[in-house]
Design a binder for this molecule. Sequence first.
Ligand SMILES: [Zn+2]
Length: 257
Amino acid sequence: VVSEGVEVSEGVVVIEGAGTPEATWQAWPALQAFPSLRLENAPSRVVVVAPHPDDELFGVGGLLRLLTAAGAEIDIVAVTDGEASHPGSPTMTPADLVSRRFAERAAALRRMGLDSARVTRLAIPDGRVASAAVRLASALTELLEPTDWCLATWRGDGHPDHEACGSAAAEACDVVGARLLEYPVWAWHWATPGDSRVPWARASSIRLPAWLAACKQRAAAEHVSQVRPLSADPADAAILPPSGLGRLLRTTETVFS
Ligand SMILES: [Zn+2]
């Protein structure tokens, strides 16, 4: 989810502190009123652009499972390896984090019933996706087919890596003619209900049945290095404490189309 700690300042968006409580989002009627994303004409392949090794789960893990059940193949583009989640950690080096997070993603995908998803690692430096934007857009252009759906982090998500992935995916989809769906991750932290910076009019939602929401919770728990402290040292704090997890594990997922 995150690359350089939980405090990221980008343009008008500031990611810091505990963020908007999930209870505030749940009290907003519009959240439950977005039209449902139609899955009747699911594509035969979905390409998911994940800036960090857990974004695909938190953003659209339930949707991916539903699309798999509808017959779609899932292709995950692992943009970075997530090595910058704990800068200054006294217990794990960036290289340790790469292997740890690779294993956690695999376990989480298994929990989601997404074992068959293909994961392609681009190994772009965590926190610096924007500097590799041209390379990323051309990799996506090469990979995508006109009939694919491309799910990417939202261009306005407030985290530089997430925004760079969304922009590259939008560019590639324009060239190829594939359908783009953008998923917010950090927006749930910094935005507030009705926030004018968020394209709510383009939002569709995916309602997860109870079994699938439970499945997603178990999958999230596999990302141990992100949801629990690595040690008692402040540099090893959990990236996603329970307050942040609540927003990402609600029983609906949202995409902008
Ligand atoms: Zn991320």
